[in-house]
Ligand binder design. Structure first.
Ligand code: NAP
Length: 247
């Protein structure tokens, strides 16, 4: 497959990119730091035994939507086609940090909700123009219920999950397979320094589930899988219980 990926310089995006390139997919990396992108591309080429320059890169910052079209056009041109777009890029801050800093809250809501969707809309149009493909986007279990520790981040991810669900309902019949990834707590730079809850996992374990979901076209994937069961229970809890517990 010819795959553009936004967020492959770190964490789960890096793990997904490594898995895809090692099994033979062609990748094009999008991200905000040109040097990081080139370093990541060379790492992927070495892992897959490919020629230097075979993994292309272009800058794309989720805070600069005016650059989305050019970045995706560069990916299409570099790959000579486009079968899938993967979006792992995202911003996190704790609820305390966001309550204390309205500008940070505005940025996070813009990046994780509005601008991610604007990026996906451009990717959707390009994939549909080619007869279909796969759009795989990282949301979070944080979006499943209104929860005290993630009021703002969770709201952004909830909106993103709903968008992805609607997209899947509307366009699957036209060949666009939309995949919403909902990780639990994963040990990456994003969670460094946070207390580790039960069922925490490593990015590689998430990547295995995500690549399988891309192959199968599963519309929703929890990672690790146990979070599917946990969230089933959480979704059923009455509001007065959610108000009492710290979860
Ligand atoms: N870690 C968790 O426990 C967890 C749980 C649930 C959901 N998630 C979600 O899963 C996704 C991946 O998380 P992760 O833990 O792998 O994160 P991570 O290690 O912090 O990596 C985040 C990636 O997003 C990129 N990024 C950040 N802001 C960007 C921007 N404005 N424009 C373009 N790229 C940007 C970063 O690029 P740079 O290299 O330039 O910084 C990096 O490649 C995120 O959407 C996150 O919200 C994470």
């Amino acid at each position: 497959m010819k795959i553009a990926i936004l967020g492959a310089t770190k964490g789960m995006g890096r793990a997904v990119a490594r898995r895809l390139v090692e099994r033979g997919d062609e990748l094009f990396l999008l991200g905000r730091d040109p040097e990081d992108l080139v370093r990541s591309a060379r790492d992927l080429e070495t892992r897959a035994g490919r020629a230097s320059g075979s993994v292309g890169t272009a800058t794309c910052d989720l805070e600069r939507p005016e650059g989305f079209a050019a970045a995706l056009a560069a990916a299409e041109a570099g790959l000579g086609g486009l079968n899938a777009v993967v979006v792992t890029a995202g911003l996190f801050a704790t609820q305390d940090q966001l309550e204390a800093d309205p500008e940070l809250a505005r940025r996070l809501l813009t990046v994780d909700f509005a601008n991610t969707i604007v990026f996906c809309e451009d990717a959707r149009r390009r994939l549909l123009a080619r007869g279909g493909g796969t759009l795989c986007v990282f949301s979070s279990v944080a979006g499943e219920r209104g929860r005290k520790p993630v009021v703002l981040y969770g709201a952004a991810k909830a909106g993103l999950s709903r968008y992805l669900e609607g997209l899947d309902h509307k366009f699957r019949g036209q060949g666009l397979r939309t995949i919403c990834v909902k990780p639990g707590f994963v040990r990456t730079g994003m969670t460094a320094g946070l207390p580790t809850p039960p069922f925490a996992c490593e990015p590689d374990a998430v990547a295995v589930r995500v690549v399988r979901a891309i192959d199968r076209g599963s519309p929703v994937v929890y990672a690790p899988g146990i979070w599917g069961l946990i969230m089933l229970v959480i979704r059923l809890l009455p509001r007065f219980v959610m108000r009492k517990i710290g979860f």
